[in-house]
Design a protein. Structure first.
Length: 67
């Protein structure tokens, strides 16, 4: 199981930073932002390999389940 940032959202937000810099803003004037979107991923193949069973209520909450 993994809980981490959504890379697609980070890419979009980075693109807005680049756009602001290319339009003349200095990087020092831009605020530092923290990630806003996170995702929960469950790898069932790895869990099975080490002998774990993941409860169904955990699988329902996952954003992505790797078979």
């Amino acid at each position: 199981m993994s809980y981490g940032v959504n890379n697609t959202d980070l890419d979009r937000r980075a693109a807005t930073y680049v756009d602001k810099i290319l339009k003349g803003r200095t990087p020092a004037d831009l605020p530092v932002e923290q990630p806003m979107k996170f995702e929960f991923v469950v790898n069932l193949k790895a869990a099975k390999a080490i002998g774990l069973t993941i409860p169904p209520n955990v699988l329902v909450r996952a954003n992505k389940v790797i078979q």
